[in-house]
Design a protein around this ligand. Sequence first.
Ligand code: IMP
Ligand code: MG
Length: 178
Amino acid sequence: MEIQVLDKVFVPFISRERIDNRLKEIAQQMIADMNGEVPVFIGVLNGSFMVISDLVKHYTAPCEMSFVKMASYIGTQSTNQVNQLLGLDIDVTDRRVIIVEDIVDTGNTLVALKKLFEQQRPKDIKICTLCLKPEAYTKDIPLDYVAFEIENKFIVGYGMDYDKHGRNLPEIYQIKEQ
Ligand code: IMP
Ligand code: MG
């Protein structure tokens, strides 16, 4: 069913069930990759609050968790400047870090995040994102865990917003072309 968020119409795109199935597969892959070591999950606020919450429920091995807050978007347009609004509150030196993003678009946020974490010399940094827009992604940072590769259209829900609205939608919706 179509929904309206502010002035735009969106159509159902990725169901709750498909999301959860992919997160479960990815969590199991992560457990294998961590090989008994205890990772620090870093959720990138605001957008990743639902994905990290559901992902770690499937991560059935010891782990730690923290959050950073970055913002690069105004409305539906990415800006080149990425602002850090809430910094890292834990020491990740020699730790295995798994950054959890809602969506990687241009990759500007990711570049800023990697810079922030590399200062502390973690053992390694893995990147997990719920969605990737390959046509928009112009950076060469490898993405370790991608749940869904999607076309370059604006989406909302499951943590992602359109002008601050729609984050509470339990599944992902895509903008409807008029
Ligand atoms: P990037 O820096 O261009 O890669 O943008 C990454 C951030 O922009 C994501 O973490 C989201 O918060 C936001 N973003 C990118 N694409 C979308 C979208 O289609 N809908 C909602 N937010 C998006
Ligand atoms: Mg985000």
